[in-house]
Ligand binder design. Structure first.
Ligand SMILES: *Cc1c(COP(=O)(O)O)cnc(C)c1O
Length: 381
């Protein structure tokens, strides 16, 4: 058996083993894991320092998961946007392909809590169906492998998928979303890196939520991927009691850049059933962006997004106070130090070319520029 498989098999999955390690009440854990499985890899277990710390909260089952009765299993309506099994096509030019339901660790706040933990990988026939769909849909230029965690596939299955995807002429990018480098760094073997290299451009977005996750072994695993030419991004979920604090988040983004990982998305937590005890206010995320933008490297600032309930997709949120006013003369801007600046618009002749900004004072005051395509714009002039 490969070393990483042996290490994965040493993970804590049974309540009584968790009780032995962390002194929890096994019956309380038992009540949760029947519905929502647990797995804690040795790397992650070793990172837990005390009860209820930022790592503990992400992986140790909590009774609150069972008390969240009203929320929905699939608030993003991914199941409704699936033209063939395991494929989600929500945006014009890109899709998600779920290749497994297995993960190295089961995040308690998982958006796909309804699916994860079931055994098995994408079957040959299912892959064929997905490839046939993608061949037909020439508008798709970007596929993200997701799950579950694609890097838990054995090398030969991962390679089978990458090879099949590369038979699609119009497919440009392959992305892989994974929590493996941060939780099972031993999986990032030289052999895996050699496989990935053959199918570039491959991008990876790695899941990290707290600076303590960036141990030396984890950073080394990220370095191996970066050396294999894989551009690395990070996806972070804003989580109450874990990272809902500008200082923690600043440490996280700095650690990510040190690991050669560029912060990509900061997600507002979804409305998924069993995860509502992790939710924070929208202002919490805006304050974090405000604390980063201008105060530290622009490379360190992720896009803060809300994946809109009901299947609206990711919508970016910026603190509203950077653009104080916008009209045909110019923009009134506020910088990170709260100082105000004026940027003049180009004055090229007829005002007829200009959209109807300022026609609605209430809108321009809060910095929102009406979309001329939607409200008429030129036609209204
Ligand atoms: C997030 C997501 C993508 C990729 O979105 P990007 O904004 O391009 O990173 C694609 N499909 C679905 C369904 C997604 O949720």
């Amino acid at each position: 058996m490969e070393e990483w498989r042996r290490i994965l098999a040493e993970s804590v999955v049974r309540p009584k083993d968790l009780a032995a390690h962390l002194g929890v009440n096994p019956r309380e854990i038992e009540a949760v894991v029947g519905d929502y499985p647990m797995r804690i890899t040795p790397t992650v277990l070793a990172t837990i320092k005390e009860k209820d710390d930022a790592i503990w909260k992400q992986v140790v089952p909590d009774r609150a998961e069972m008390e969240d009765m009203d929320a929905e299993d699939d608030p993003l309506e991914e199941d409704l946007m699936s033209p063939v099994p395991h494929l989600v096509h929500r945006y014009p030019d890109r899709v998600l392909l779920m290749v497994t339901n297995q993960c190295p660790i089961y995040c308690r706040f998982c958006t796909r809590k309804r699916l994860v933990g079931k055994p098995g990988f994408l079957k040959k026939g299912e892959l064929d169906q997905a490839i046939a769909y993608l061949k037909e849909h020439t508008e798709v230029r970007d596929v993200t492998l997701s799950g579950g965690d694609p890097l838990l596939l054995p090398d030969h299955l991962l390679e089978r998928i990458l090879k099949a995807l590369r038979t699609i002429p119009h497919l440009e990018l392959i992305r892989i979303g994974s929590r493996v480098p941060g939780s099972l760094p031993e999986r990032i073997t030289p052999k895996l890196c050699e496989i990935v290299k053959k199918y570039h451009p491959i991008y990876m977005n790695l899941h990290f939520n707290h600076p303590d996750e960036l141990t030396p072994e984890v950073k080394a695993a990220c370095g191996r991927l970066a050396d294999a030419g894989v551009p690395l991004g990070a996806q972070t979920v804003l989580l109450k009691g874990v990272n809902d604090d500008p200082e923690v988040m600043k440490r996280l983004v700095h650690q990510l850049l040190l690991a050669r990982v560029k912060p990509y998305y900061l997600y507002q937590a979804d409305l998924t059933k069993g995860t509502n005890h992790f939710r924070t206010t929208v202002e919490t995320g805006m304050n974090i962006i405000r604390a980063l933008q201008g105060h530290t490297s622009g490379m360190a600032v992720p896009h803060f997004v809300i994946d809109a309930p009901g299947g609206g997709g990711k919508i970016p949120i910026l603190p509203p106070d950077y653009l104080l006013h916008l009209d045909e003369d110019g923009a009134v801007l506020k910088n990170y130090e709260n100082k105000t600046f004026h940027y003049p618009q180009p004055q090229n002749g007829t005002s007829r070319e200009l959209p109807m900004v300022g026609a609605s004072p209430s809108l321009s005051v809060c910095g929102v520029r009406p979309d001329p395509r939607r409200n008429g714009g030129l036609d209204d002039l």
